[in-house]
Design a protein around this ligand. Sequence first.
Ligand SMILES: [Zn+2]
Length: 109
Amino acid sequence: MNKISMYRKLLGYQGANKKQPIYEAMPGALVTHAFIHCTNCGESISHNMGPRSDAWCVQCTEDKIVADAKAKAKAEEEKKKLAKIKAALKKKKEEEDEAKRKADADGQQ
Ligand SMILES: [Zn+2]
C-alpha cells in the first residue's frame, strides 16, 4: 500500500478475492463521470471513475472470500470422507481375498 492510498477510502476491488483495490479518487483528480457498480450485487461502488468491469464492493468481496473458504473446507472434508470410505473398501476387499485364499487352500487339502 502506498502512502497516498492509505488516506483514501477503499471503495471495493477490481476482481474478486481482493485482486486490486479501488480507492476513491484523489482530490482534484480528473475522473470519468460514470458509475462503478458491483458485479455481484449491483450496488454503486462509486459515482465516478467508471465504467469498470468485474468491480466488487467491499462487502461482496469479503462475503465471497468467506464463502470460498467454507467451500474449500467442505471440499477438504468430503475428500477426507471419501479417503476413509476408500480405505474401508480396500480393507474389506483384502479381508475377502484373504478369506477366499484360505478357503481355496482348505479345499486343496
Ligand atoms: Zn456488491
